[in-house]
Design a protein around this ligand. Structure first.
Ligand code: SF4
Ligand code: SF4
Ligand code: SF4
Length: 206
């Protein structure tokens, strides 16, 4: 059975609790790289601007390119849950996995061995428990479980599985784009505290 993540971007408020929880539980120093990262995309032009968030980590792909290229077999895909895990005791730090991963996931520790999300298995997470990032999310934007369950949750709100030759086990739903055309134009009136931004330099006062 393949497990995976459903990332409900409609609920994400970009609070970074998932990133911080992962860093702290896995002993990663603050202000270094992260196993999980909250991405933001901005679309439109002020004031018709839309921001979208998605918290992503390793995709635990069904066909992991990282494992396929590792010359010493230090990356394995688990039969029981499909999670893709690294073995630091075998890794020789050649970085082949980082070059092969289409999502730029693998990172390297100070000891020159590869590291990435392991689904919190190294913390002793049981099969019926949720990873730390999922548990820490205050808005329930992150979900983890059997892929068919994640697919059903995503489908109920217009989400879709990420595409790619490696078949990433991650589904994402985004909040709909605002219908700017149907909304009232910004008021031309402005107070001293409410200066409309139009890109021009403010007029000099006499
Ligand atoms: S996202 Fe990259 S590192 Fe993770 S399983 Fe897929 S190919 Fe490997
Ligand atoms: S599952 Fe665990 S290791 Fe992976 S991103 Fe979440 S907290 Fe980090
Ligand atoms: S903890 Fe939840 S709401 Fe906060 S950034 Fe992560 S996914 Fe978004």
């Amino acid at each position: 059975m393949q497990y995976g993540f459903f990332v409900d971007g409609r609920r994400c408020v970009k609070c970074y609790a998932c990133e911080v929880a992962c860093q702290q539980w896995h002993g990663l120093a603050a202000a270094t790289w992260m196993r999980r990262t909250v991405f933001e995309t901005v679309e439109g032009r002020f004031p018709a601007v839309s921001r979208r968030f998605a918290s992503l980590s390793c995709m635990h792909c069904e066909h992991p390119a990282c494992a396929a290229v590792c010359p010493v077999g230090a990356i394995a895909k688990r039969r029981e849950d499909g999670l893709v895990v690294g073995d630091a005791t075998r890794c020789i730090g050649c970085r082949s996995c980082a070059l092969a991963c289409p999502f730029d996931v693998p990172r390297y520790r100070d000891d020159k061995t590869m590291d990435k999300c392991d689904g919190c298995l190294s913390l002793g997470r049981g099969p019926d428990e949720e990873p730390r990032c999922v548990l820490s999310c205050p808005t329930r934007a992150l979900h983890f479980g059997p892929l068919p369950e994640m697919e059903a949750e995503a489908a109920s709100c217009g989400g879709a599985r990420l595409e790619g030759a490696t078949a990433p086990a991650v589904l994402v739903a985004h909040r709909p784009r605002p219908d700017w055309a149907s909304q009232a134009a910004p008021s031309p009136a402005a107070t001293d505290d409410e200066v409309p931004f139009d890109g021009a330099a403010p007029a000099a006062e006499n």
